[in-house]
Design a protein around this ligand. Structure first.
Ligand SMILES: *Cc1c(COP(=O)(O)O)cnc(C)c1O
Length: 310
């Protein structure tokens, strides 16, 4: 059976022009995974691909997952489930579902059933007890963890490496680590020469090192091949500053749409590295745009961004 993701297997590579790049003689290309599919977010689609195939192979027809009320993963899973012919249930970290929240509205319009989970229960979402109680009424469930980061997610992200040209650095944002661990796995497998740089979008993210190792134990022997950039979180997960929004706006004027939760922080970290002289002249950087632009609507809805901001 042809898999729906196969029609959208590649995304374009965009060359960016910017005075800072010129000044430091650095070439920057962006892998526009935000354009992989009009409805399903970049890295979340990559992470879902082999999960959806496994679910089909196992005869499961109902995806069950977890996420925050503005989650890119909930948005992506709802859309992917609809496109690939699955039923879907999303357990949402909230005391009460807000019918006007644009992410939840979209998920519902895709046919996803939404069920609120209190913060206390949500904290235990990875435990057998909570998973069992969440799925007891659901026939034939296929459970995907929050953010979609499991072993099969790595496989989908690893494929992205094959679509990249040889280059010196690959930048990507990192949160639950599945995407980056997958890229690292792909770089190892295909002997891609680049050094991989992960820009953490959350604060105090030293634990990320352990998360990477848990998902991809070989990372322990690849320490020279990657670097974690921990100081461009702009206050922590989901937080950002006016300066970051202004930076995203400037990049949009240079033809690159960003949002301030993931891709904006990654690009700001990358530009800071260039400004600081950490990137040698003549280098070619590829930044992976992991998508997430749907989140802008949620930020506007909450009054965290103005309509003209981004
Ligand atoms: C989830 C997400 C990330 C982080 O990916 P992880 O695999 O959780 O590290 C980065 N960018 C966007 C747009 C995301 O939605």
């Amino acid at each position: 059976m042809p898999h729906f993701t196969e029609q959208f297997a590649t995304s374009p590579l965009q060359n960016i022009q910017h005075p800072l790049l010129k000044k430091h003689q650095v070439r920057l290309s962006v892998k526009r995974d935000d354009l992989l599919h009009p409805l399903v977010n970049g890295n979340k689609l990559r992470k879902l691909k082999y999960n959806l195939l496994a679910a089909k192979q196992q005869g499961k027809d109902h995806l069950v997952t977890f996420g925050g009320a503005f989650s890119n993963h909930i948005h992506a899973t709802a859309a992917a489930a609809k496109l690939a012919g699955f039923r879907a249930t999303g357990f949402i970290r909230t005391h009460k579902l807000d019918a006007n929240n644009p992410t939840l509205k979209f998920a519902q319009s895709c046919g996803m059933t939404l069920i609120p989970l209190s913060r206390e229960v949500y904290r235990l979402k990875h435990t057998q007890a909570v998973i069992q109680s969440c799925t007891k009424e659901i026939e034939n469930p296929y459970v995907i963890p929050e953010g979609g980061s499991n072993a099969l997610a790595l496989q989908g992200m690893a494929e992205l490496i094959e679509e990249l040209p040889p280059c010196d650095y690959i930048y990507t944002p990192i949160a639950s680590s599945g995407s980056f661990a997958g890229l690292l796995k792909g770089a190892q497998k295909h002997q891609h020469p680049a050094k991989l740089i992960a820009v953490a979008v959350l604060k105090g993210a030293e634990f990320i090192q352990d998360d990477i190792l848990r998902l991809f134990p070989d990372a322990a022997i690849l320490t020279e091949r990657y670097h974690l950039s921990l100081s461009h979180h702009f206050g922590g997960y989901g937080k950002f500053t006016l300066e970051l929004v202004a930076f995203c706006r400037t990049m949009k004027q240079h033809g690159l749409p960003l949002e301030p939760i993931y891709s904006g922080k990654m690009m700001a970290g990358l530009f800071a590295d260039i400004s600081a002289g950490h990137i040698p002249a003549g280098s070619h950087i590829v930044a992976v745009h992991t998508g997430g632009l749907q989140g802008i609507q949620g930020l506007r809805y909450r009054g965290l961004l103005n309509a003209h901001d981004l």
